[in-house]
Every structure is written in structure tokens, then in C-alpha cells.
Write a new protein. Structure first.
Length: 450
């Protein structure tokens, strides 16, 4: 059952060839960071292309509570007048992050080395997600936490007035934990270092440099790589142009691969190496994806893609590639269901602590549409049924997870029978235009009868 007060089920049926050039919303990871770093900078930051969806809007509200002046002009440009590193104000209200694990964990990092207390909460899904893996390294700076057992929200974080720089080795690859530690390091004297065993999304490092911080990245040998930040810099307001979100682009992209007769174009898709794993894997599976007009925009590589329906074949993904596509595994699992052969995905432990136990939710959803799969603690095997072999016909439980909902709606567009997801209300947290965008491409979507 869905935990949404007013669930919005939706069915996706077999569709004709998809066509068009859909507008993909701004990248969620960069949008969060633009708001947070703009709030920590001196002077004005302007942001164009911000993702105006629930998760990001909650981060904007939270940064206002912490003292930043944040407005949006009629042309859609956001203006942020920051308070400077160490200048955050103690909030008078609880900081509600809705469904956003990224927002809450990054803001905890920013607060950990400031002399203030803040109480964090979120929706039912976020309140089930553990915060301990962020709170532990933040405690090394001197921050204190009071809250529910297991580090669950709601909780109160008391920042320290006398922060210490730390060197922290990530036990598992996590861009959120890395970013929280670096944000805490901003207001700590000396040098803070994060050692990550495998490369994860590097938007925080790029944006720190964009705003004027000194960040160095060095080889740490068998430990991976070390990201070091010189503390207490003066960040200066900057202009930020947010590129389209590759994690959102993944849904129409895979839909075009699976629905026979489809051909779509995707403009300005971000090709940051720490985010491009899905494209590499799909290409290996036989996806017909052509790239053109590659260029740099606001420090990120983008390109235009043309995607044509393709017969996919099974593959194996290694653990090393998992961090570069961690949010795309649900839609990759759907692609694997339509491929010939058995696909195995490895290194998926991070999926256990997403909006849901995303690994278990994907496996259950595959079973509900007639696909045989097997899973372990950090792996998933999917027995593909080929281009026209997925039975469909099931009702998928989404567990308030927007990526599960969108992934299985894509499955329904190419399955033999329609696929229903139990709730789509929370898709708006990351992709508010998803349903009308897919319908404009030709997708067959309908509200099931009560």
C-alpha cells in the first residue's frame, strides 16, 4: 500500500513509437548545491535552470530559515544573497526537507560547524531513512545529535562553536556523505580531507571551486582518492546555469529504446564522468544512442543525444561503475527485463538506503510484471525476456519512491499488458512534468478505474 494520504495510481499501456525532443528539468544534485553554496557565499548568486520540484524547493525554504535571502524573478532566475561561511542563523522553525535525503544530509553538514541548533524532519519516507552514516563523521568535528534511535528523523543537530578539521575515510562510496563532510569542513580551520574508495558524484568539489574554495584531489593509492578542502574560505556569489538532470533524462531515454519505432532527441544532457555510467552500460547492451555538439556549460560537460529503439542484450555491471549511476539502477533493471539474456548488476548496497529499500522494491516490481530475478545484499540478476516478451499486467508497489514509479511506468509502455503503479503523487519531488512530458512523446497513460 502507498503511504500517501491521497494516492494517485497510474497505468501505462503498450504505446506506439515515441517521438519528440522532451524538455528535461534541471539537475537535482546541482540545484541543491547551488542553493546551499549561494547561501554560504558573500554577495549575490544567480541560478538559471533550477529544478523547481518539491525536493529542491524544500532546500530553498530551509536556506531561507537559516538566514539567506532567496527569491525568484518572473523570468525564472533565482537570486540568492548569502550570509557567508559560518554566518548561518539559528532557525526559529523545524527544517522540513520533505522527501530529500540529499538536501537534509548536505544541510546537516553545513550546520555541524556553526554554533547553532536545528531540528530536522521530513515526510514519512525520509523519516525511515537512516542518518547515522552522516552523523558519525559530523560528530568528529564536534557536532552533537539528539533524536530517535538509529539516527532517524526527526532529530536535533547542535553545531559546534569550536570545530576541528577531520580526515574521514568513507566506509562505502557516497556522494552525500562526502559532501556533508566537505560542507562541515568549510567552517573548520585547517584542512579537511575525505578519502573515498571509488569516485562518486563530484558536483560538490566542482561547485566549491566555482565559488572560490581551494580543493585538491590526490591519489590515495589502495584507499582510492583524497579530496582536501582548505577551511574558512570566503566564498563569493557566482552565476550558475543548471544543466538538465541525466537521472531524469534516463526515463524517456530508456522508454525510447524499449518501445518499437521510437526516436527521440535529448538536448544538453550532462555527461559528467561521475554521472555517465548508464549511457556506457546501455551502449554496451546495444543501445543506439548518438552524441553530438559536446561542450562545456558552467563547468559541466553536456551534449545532445539522439535515441533510437534498440534490441538490447544482457550485460554485467561491475561494482566500480555503480556510484556513477546509483539512481539509474531501477530503470536499468527495466531495460534488462526487455533484453535477451540474464543481466547482473553488482555494487548496489547504496540502494538499500534510498527513498525505499530500492533494491528490494525493484526486485518486487520485476516479479509483479512477470520477470524472474534474484538478489543479494548488493546485487541483482534479471532474466530478460526480449523486446516483446515482458508480460506486464501487474500492479507495482512504489513505497513512495519516485524512481520506482517512473521506472515501472516505462516498463508498461512496452510490456504485453498494461502496468499499474500504486501511486505517482511523489514523482513531483524530482520530475513534476514527467507525466505530461511522456504523454507528449506518445506514451499511453491512464488513471485506472477506482
Amino acid at each position: 500500500m502507498s503511504a500517501t494520504a491521497n494516492p494517485q495510481p497510474l497505468a501505462a499501456g503498450k504505446s506506439p513509437g515515441l517521438a519528440g525532443n522532451p524538455r528535461i528539468p534541471g539537475d537535482k544534485s546541482i540545484s541543491h548545491r547551488a542553493l546551499i553554496f549561494g547561501a554560504l557565499a558573500v554577495g549575490e548568486t544567480t541560478v538559471k535552470g533550477l529544478l523547481e520540484a518539491g525536493d529542491v524547493l524544500n532546500t530553498a525554504s530551509v536556506m531561507r530559515e537559516l538566514g539567506a535571502d532567496i527569491t525568484r524573478d518572473p523570468q525564472g532566475t533565482w537570486h540568492i544573497h548569502g550570509v557567508g561561511v559560518g554566518g548561518l542563523a539559528e532557525p526559529s522553525n523545524v527544517l522540513d526537507h520533505g522527501n530529500s535525503g540529499t538536501g537534509v544530509r548536505l544541510v546537516m553538514g553545513a550546520i555541524a560547524t556553526c554554533p547553532l541548533s536545528a531540528t530536522f524532519t521530513g515526510d514519512a519516507s525520509l523519516r525511515r531513512r537512516p542518518m547515522g552514516r552522516v552523523l558519525e563523521p559530523l560528530s568528529r568535528f564536534g557536532a552533537e545529535t539528539m533524536g530517535r534511535k538509529g539516527g532517524l528523523l526527526p532529530l536535533t543537530l547542535k553545531g559546534t562553536a569550536n570545530p576541528l578539521p577531520v580526515t574521514y575515510e568513507l566506509p562505502v562510496p557516497s556522494a552525500q556523505v562526502k559532501s556533508a563532510v566537505l560542507l562541515a569542513g568549510l567552517n573548520a580551520p585547517g584542512r579537511t580531507t575525505v578519502i573515498e574508495p571509488e569516485a562518486t558524484r563530484d558536483h560538490t568539489e566542482r561547485m566549491l571551486r566555482h565559488f572560490g574554495a581551494t580543493v585538491s584531489i590526490t591519489d590515495a593509492g589502495r584507499q582510492g582518492r583524497a579530496i582536501s578542502l582548505d577551511g574558512q574560505p570566503m566564498l563569493t556569489g557566482r552565476a550558475v546555469v543548471v544543466p538538465p538532470d541525466p537521472s531524469s533524462a534516463a526515463f524517456p531515454l530508456v522508454a525510447a529504446l524499449l518501445v518499437p519505432g521510437s526516436k527521440i532527441s535529448l538536448s544538453r544532457v550532462m555527461l559528467n564522468p561521475t554521472r555517465a555510467g548508464l549511457l556506457a552500460v546501455l551502449t554496451r547492451m546495444g543501445a543506439r544512442i548518438s552524441k553530438s555538439n559536446e561542450r562545456i556549460e558552467s563547468g559541466e560537460t553536456v551534449a545532445d543525444l539522439e535515441v533510437t529503439a534498440s534490441a538490447l542484450r544482457a550485460t554485467t555491471t561491475e561494482p566500480e561503475i555503480a556510484p556513477s549511476m546509483i539512481d539509474e539502477f531501477p530503470i536499468l533493471a527495466v531495460a534488462a527485463a526487455f533484453a535477451e539474456g540474464t543481466t547482473r548488476m553488482n555494487g548496489l548496497a547504496e540502494l538499500r538506503v534510498k527513498e525505499s529499500d530500492r533494491l528490494a522494491a525493484v526486485a518486487a516490481g520485476l516479479g509483479q510484471i512477470g520477470i524472474t530475478c534474484r538478489m543479494g545484499e548488493d546485487w541483482l540478476e534479471v532474466d530478460g525476456r526480449g523486446t516483446d516478451g515482458v508480460p506486464g499486467g501487474g500492479r507495482v508497489t512504489t513505497h513512495m519512491d519516485h524512481r520506482i514509479a517512473m521506472s515501472f511506468l516505462v516498463a508498461g509502455l512496452a510490456a504485453r499488458q498494461a502496468v499499474t503503479v500504486d501511486d505517482t503523487a511523489f514523482i513531483s519531488t524530482s520530475f513534476p512534468t514527467f507525466i505530461p512530458m511522456m504523454e507528449a512523446l506518445g506514451a499511453v497513460l491512464r488513471r485506472p478505474a477506482a
